[in-house]
Write a protein that binds this ligand. Sequence first.
Ligand code: FES
Length: 153
Amino acid sequence: GCAAPCLSVNGQVCTLPEGAADASLLHWLRNDLGLNGPKYGCGLGQCGACTVLVDGVAARACVIPAVGVAGREVTTLEGLAPPGQWHPVQQAFVDEQAAQCGYCLNGMVMMAAALLARQPQPSEADIRRELSHNLCRCGTHLSILRAVQKAAL
Ligand code: FES
């Protein structure tokens, strides 16, 4: 066990430093651990750019205090697939060229990966519903939808 609050990030046990008490999970992951997969978009829990998995469930890291994940398993985009490999969702996003600026992609990929983990063959409506609260300002929604469908095949 750890003396200070500890958790696992991408399979590595980490200790939350004292100074992390007031930080959001997103701030801690990006600024202290250098994990820049999760993005800072709105900072208000509304856009989804900061999505990570907490115990396998998609969560918005900008509105979760870092101390709130003590004892939990956090997965960021960096830990979605084994080192040097891509998750099937990432591969499908590349194949479908489902990005323009790319800022929303972390959230889209993490949401889609969580969806497919619990429901390997979602309907189009399921995918649309799941991603409906993740904002993409470029309007690449149809390519994103195709990519998730492809990853589910
Ligand atoms: Fe977290 Fe927008 S940055 S939801």
